[in-house]
Design a protein around this ligand. Sequence first.
Ligand SMILES: NC(=O)C1=CN([C@@H]2O[C@H](COP(=O)(O)OP(=O)(O)OC[C@H]3O[C@@H](n4cnc5c(N)ncnc54)[C@H](O)[C@@H]3O)[C@@H](O)[C@H]2O)[C@H](O)CC1
Ligand SMILES: [K+]
Length: 519
Amino acid sequence: MRACLSEQMRCADEVSIKEFSISGIVLMENAALGIVKEIEKEIEGGRLPKEGEASLICGTGNNGGDGFAAARHLASKGWRAVVFICGDEKKITGDALANLNIIKKLGIPILSMEDSNIEALDIMFGRSHMIIDAMLGTGFKGRLKGNYETIVDKINKQRKYVLSIDSPTGLNCDTGFAEGSCIKANKTVALGLPKIGLVINDGPYYCGELAVCGLSIPEQAYDRVGISRYLTDRDYVSGCIKPRKAHGYKGTYGRILIAAGSKGMEGAGLLAAKAALRSGAGIVELAVPLCSFDAVRGVIPVVITRGLTDDGEGCLASKSSGEIMLALRNASVFLMGPGLRTSSQVKEAVFDAAISCNKPAIFDADALNVISEEPAILLQRPESTIITPHPAEMARLMGISTGEVQGNRLEAAESFAKKYRVIVVLKGYRTIIASPWGETRINPTGNPGMGTAGSGDVLGGIIASFLAQGMSPMEAASCGAYIHGAAGDRAAEKYGQWGMVASDIIKYIPHTIMDIGGK
Ligand SMILES: NC(=O)C1=CN([C@@H]2O[C@H](COP(=O)(O)OP(=O)(O)OC[C@H]3O[C@@H](n4cnc5c(N)ncnc54)[C@H](O)[C@@H]3O)[C@@H](O)[C@H]2O)[C@H](O)CC1
Ligand SMILES: [K+]
């Protein structure tokens, strides 16, 4: 599913209205119907009563207009709807005014904002079963002004079910940050497309459950606007995980070469190898420095192991690159980096491999740490090359602080992908997969328990595996992140976020793939 900036949504609305003759009032009606449908799902799920009182707190823009229209549909379903208008009623125009006039004629109770009425909100909320936040949507900028802040704080103090229309009021729906007070909703119904800020940074915290109501805006309108950011969803992943061919054999599912490890860091390569096999790779070969060979040989019987010349100090020797090239002749995909550690010899080995390897490749962990000394080396690789940095590695690659990366995750991943012509998988909360050609995907799965040693090695293995089985690099990176996160979510259910470890994520990869539709 696509995700967009508020300005892009405004353009798509305009295209729908002007070029496809879907008028604004139709979009607003569709919004109201979609919101009521989402409320009905909450009733079915037992989170709301079948009938009750709803307080609709409406702004003076179109977000408020959606609220007026929703009040009418809720009233027709047997709810007692009470509308409170924040701000100067005289400012209400267009489609929002049309809907306000309808509910006035229907006799739906409307309170409007005068300072004394703010106190009336407490009585209103006291009686309500549900508060609908229709104050501000994509038109909101900066920090809440005037009475908005007081009202938002009042709503957050209530222990009532809160549904936000399009975006929780107070949230910047482009950045996913709130500068001041912000509604903490139980559910947010995004209209048209989810805005980027709803799915990154603090957005998911404020939104609660996210539902999307398409408003019947045609895909052509989004194409016209050039919206190329996506939220990876289950349908996308199940479309990429194709049934295995009846006549397939292990060679059909690819052969992965993993160059990883150093003395005492043997686990990294083993985790990647196991994750690759558990996600369907045909053959996995793990190449480690000779000094680590005995520690990995036979640990996973189905993994082929190979020793590479070491530097006598526990790491790869620079001349190991010739041996890696030899091993790569039989491989279809190359994964380099987990547990290598950093030294000038490791750097030489990584740079040689980066220049010479003509197979689809993923560079991870320490391979990225040495590449960060001269990231321009990446320009010598095809655009399909994948790098999988965590925020600190991304910061090193970009020569900025981790805080700067985390404050602008989307921009960091996208700008690096464009500048160095590689696919960037920026790990962390809401992993971002950015391509050099402008397609970006945001991953919705995963949990804080996945911040555990070896978790990234598991992700590298899954991506390599999907690549080896024929997915495009963008599909492999996006589906890899999705399955990794979803398996991590299952591991957290079983062991808790505190107790889960990387090998638990691997345990749940098979079930997660089966759930998504892989046999
Ligand atoms: N996605 C769609 O296709 C549709 C969306 N709809 C809804 O329309 C809103 C956007 O409407 P708009 O009138 O442009 O803006 P808002 O209602 O969000 O707010 C405008 C209002 O906000 C005031 N404002 C701005 N910043 C602040 C601030 N910091 N503090 C206080 N007030 C602020 C500004 O002055 C304006 O008065 C979208 O979200 C959807 O809900 C359509 O209904 C259907 C099509
Ligand atoms: K809102």
